[in-house]
Design a protein around this ligand. Structure first.
Ligand code: 6PG
Length: 272
């Protein structure tokens, strides 16, 4: 188990590994940021000199969820990432969820944006094309890009379903992850990438749905604090279906858990 600073350093190393693999294979890296407080140390670490050499110009940042508030509201996940310095990197794209818009229209618009960025038909998904040679030349068929590592997207991947390279997730004490809360209707969403929902504090939220979290090439849970101990046990030991995070933790694709000693004393599970 790791202490907070070590947690951030190890998570940054995973981010770097996934970024290099994605950029070398597909020419870009699409990563979903988590909200809450735990990941801010990771974002600040990535904003530091030690990570200047990462492929930032080929990195697209999206969000796993957002509060339905303006981007300058203290509750905004976008603002938390911006304040860490991470968004000051020369990123290929910062795809903010528009918390200031009507939740349903913001969710629909974000789904369209993600499909264009990382959907099965996304143009940006293939490696960058070589610049055209000067002068006339026969139009050669473009060779298929190298197959992606890990489980290839099944041929039947729906157009609306993006394949993200890395999804960062937190864990709530009630077993929620992203803004997928126990008992919420959006837990059953299977035909959209992004949904509008509501947290128990009454604040409307936007969240990626389970199909997107399950389709990601890698999921990384970052968990800290003694208040998460019960949720970690429910998800990793009991596989409690009443804890939404269980639906992601036990998916087929790779899931990495990075937890501090307070959250998970001596608990092992997939990817610990
Ligand atoms: C959010 C997050 C949420 C968070 C957990 C854990 O927007 O709040 O997406 O799912 O990750 O609540 O939060 P902490 O990291 O602050 O414990």
């Amino acid at each position: 188990m790791r202490e907070p600073a070590a947690l951030a350093a190890e998570a940054a190393a995973t981010w770097e590994r996934e970024a290099r693999a994605a950029v070398s294979t597909r020419g870009r890296f699409v990563v979903a940021l988590s909200g809450g407080s735990t990941p801010s140390a990771l974002y600040a670490a990535l904003a530091g000199l030690r990570f200047d050499h990462l492929p930032w110009e080929a990195t697209h940042v999206v969000w796993g969820d957002e509060r339905c508030v303006p981007p300058d509201d203290g509750r905004s996940n976008y603002l938390m990432a911006a304040r860490s310095g991470l968004l000051s990197r020369p990123l290929a794209g910062v795809h903010r969820m528009r918390g200031e818009d009507t939740p349903e229209s913001a969710a629909a618009a974000y789904g369209v944006e993600l499909a264009a960025l990382a959907g099965p038909g996304s143009a940006a998904g293939s490696p960058p094309m070589a610049p055209p040679a000067p002068g006339p030349r026969a139009l050669e068929p473009t060779p298929d890009p190298a197959p992606a590592p890990g489980p290839p997207a099944p041929a039947s991947t729906p157009e609306w379903l993006p394949t993200l390279d890395l999804v960062l997730l937190g864990l709530g004490a009630d077993g929620h992850t992203a803004s997928l809360f126990p008992g919420s209707l959006v837990l059953g969403e299977s035909g959209r990438a992004v949904a509008a929902t509501e947290a128990h504090d009454g604040v409307r939220r936007l969240t990626l749905t389970f199909p997107v979290l399950r389709a990601a090439r890698r999921v990384l849970f970052l968990v800290s604090g003694e208040d998460k101990r019960g949720a970690v046990r429910r998800v990793l030991r009991e596989r409690d279906p009443g804890a939404p995070a269980t639906q992601v933790a036990w998916r087929h694709g790779p899931v990495t858990w990075m937890m501090d000693a307070a959250a998970a004393p001596g608990i092992d599970g997939p990817g610990c």
